[in-house]
Design a protein around this ligand. Structure first.
Ligand SMILES: O=C(O)CCC(=O)C(=O)O
Length: 210
């Protein structure tokens, strides 16, 4: 469903078996050799998610992408697995857009998890200017997702993102503010056996090398 020009909510894009396989992948990545962590952002506040960046690391102090986790443990960001890359490209194509992702931010939200309204604007200038979409995939408990305009004060719509849903925002919607106001406990499909929620957001930093 197109909810604004360039913004699409694809309900139940992933069947439960595919959600299960992706969930296993997310859990092993988050608890892997380069584990997820709770970033401290500028000003000293802690985020309300456990985060792991693949492909490039997003530094919560500088708000820039970099190869290693200079704001945490200096470990190199794990590479972005090809099957995750392919999934994100497939979702973008389903919305009539093109994405060759080189970054994925994997977030785990417990029942207290949330994320304030923000724009995704730290990717390469050419990629943003071209409106290359951000593709998001949700697994586990439902999230109340906020989607606003390109100015912080613009009205905000609340959408419930359920397990298996994809959300895509590109073109004129690429710089819309968005966030997660709450997680709805015990709403994950029982077959997943998960408490809380994973979200993967795929982005393309490099467009023709910039
Ligand atoms: O969890 C979500 O649905 C949104 C995540 C997000 O906004 C981000 O990673 O920038």
């Amino acid at each position: 469903m197109e909810i604004a020009p360039g913004a699409f909510h694809l309900r139940q894009f992933l069947p439960v078996a595919a959600q299960r396989a992706l969930l296993d992948r997310c859990q092993s990545l988050l608890d892997g050799d380069v584990p997820g962590y709770v970033p401290t952002v500028r000003g000293g506040g802690k985020m309300h998610v456990r985060m792991l960046c693949l492909g490039r690391h997003w530094n919560g102090q500088t708000y820039r992408y970099e190869p290693t986790r200079a704001d945490f443990d200096n470990l190199r960001a794990p590479s972005l697995p090809s099957e995750l890359r392919d999934l994100a490209s497939e979702i973008a194509t389903a919305c009539g857009m093109t994405l060759e992702p080189d970054i994925c931010i994997l977030n785990y939200y417990d029942h207290e998890g949330r994320m304030g309204l923000h724009q995704d604007k730290d990717e390469g200038a050419r990629s943003i200017a071209a409106g290359v979409p951000v593709v998001s995939v949700s697994l586990g408990d439902t999230a109340r997702f906020l989607f606003g305009g390109t100015r912080r004060r613009d009205p905000v719509e609340a959408l419930m993102l359920e397990s298996g849903d994809a959300f895509v925002f590109g073109g004129p919607s690429r710089l819309r503010y968005h966030g997660v106001s709450r997680i709805v406990p015990q709403t994950a499909p029982s077959a997943l056996g998960i408490d809380g929620r994973f979200n993967l957001t795929f982005r393309q930093y490099d467009l023709d090398g910039a």
